[in-house]
Design a protein around this ligand. Structure first.
Ligand code: CP
Length: 311
């Protein structure tokens, strides 16, 4: 099962995810048992980040190191790479592809990962392309749902917040069309509604969705509440602030089913009120979710760089 570039969720199959999650479980056991392995010894990963990141960059770098590989990196590539001198992304990718076996790319422009993949001699992993997609976040999100809820079929999910500019929810929508009977509640202010292309994609693939503007109306009906922050960096004009209808707080917690979970790709801003009370609720899964990113990204790097090697 070849996995070269990871650009968007549309090209990823449930079969690949199943194998990925099995390997992620093995990675979790490996890390707990002995910290890592030499599976990717002498392999080099380049992380090119033109936008800020904490989780994605550090978990990819930790993943590569725990598998014995090396990392070359340019954090804040928009300022500290030759992009400042006017170098175009396609040229950078062709050059870095000569230094590394895989490139993890985060860029502010939607479509940049596909553009990079079109010229790259090594696999490109999209670590977020503007308001486009974030497919490896989708992978760790689904892994978390599988672990916490126990299934990926027949899920009712409320996606909440800035659905217009959030890329994680776009990747999630794409992938959920490949599983049986998902039901989506898209909860956002009117100005931050999910964009037309995704709504059309959901309709084409027969996924029922409801758009609404109050989380409390749907909280009791879902397996997953997936919160997102306002992507202020993508707004030219005045930034929209979330009000109570789009926030998690103890009064919304009360309405959630016992088996439901609260997810958030993080970082969080003001999507969760009275954090101390929400954070200690066992249904708050967002830190476990972020932690899962390490195992899923270890599994992904192994699947791409050494699919047949033992751990
Ligand atoms: N979830 C996520 O992409 O976080 P970072 O921006 O910190 O990488």
């Amino acid at each position: 099962m070849e996995l070269k570039h990871v650009v968007g969720a549309q090209r990823i199959s449930p079969a690949v995810l199943k194998r990925l999650f099995h390997t992620a479980d093995e990675m979790r056991a490996l890390v707990l048992r002995e910290g890592g392995s030499d599976t990717l010894k002498r392999r080099v990963m380049a992380t090119l980040f033109y936008e800020p990141s904490t989780r994605t960059r550090l978990s990819f770098e930790a993943a590569m190191r725990r598998l014995g590989g090396k990392v070359i990196t340019t954090e804040a590539a928009a300022e500290f790479s030759s992009a400042v001198k006017g170098e175009r992304l396609k040229d950078t990718i062709q050059v870095v592809g000569g230094y590394a076996d895989v490139i993890v790319l985060r860029h502010k422009k939607q479509g940049s990962a596909a553009k990079a993949a079109s010229v790259s001699s090594v696999p490109i992993i999209n670590a977020g392309d503007g308001a486009g997609q974030h497919p490896t976040q989708m992978m760790l999100d689904l892994y978390t749902i599988q672990k916490e809820i126990g299934r990926l079929e027949n899920l009712a999910i409320a996606m909440v917040g800035d659905l217009r500019n959030g890329r994680t929810v776009r990747s999630l929508c794409y992938i959920l069309t490949k599983f049986q009977s998902p039901r989506l509640y898209l909860v956002s202010p009117r100005s931050l509604r999910m964009r037309k292309d995704i709504r059309a994609y959901l309709r084409r693939h027969g996924v029922p969705f409801e758009e609404c503007d109050d989380l409390r109306e749907v909280a009791g009906r879902v397996d997953v509440v997936y919160l997102t922050r306002v992507q202020a960096e993508r707004m030219k004009g005045k930034c929209v602030r979330m009000n109570g209808r789009f926030q998690m707080d103890p009064s919304v917690l009360e309405r959630l089913q016992q088996h439901a979970i609260i997810m958030h790709p993080l970082p969080r801003v003001d999507e969760i009120r009275q954090r101390r009370l929400v954070d200690i609720d066992p249904r708050a899964a967002y830190f476990r979710q972020a932690h899962n990113g390490l195992y899923v990204r270890m599994a992904l790097l192994k699947m791409i760089l050494a699919p047949d090697a033992p751990l």
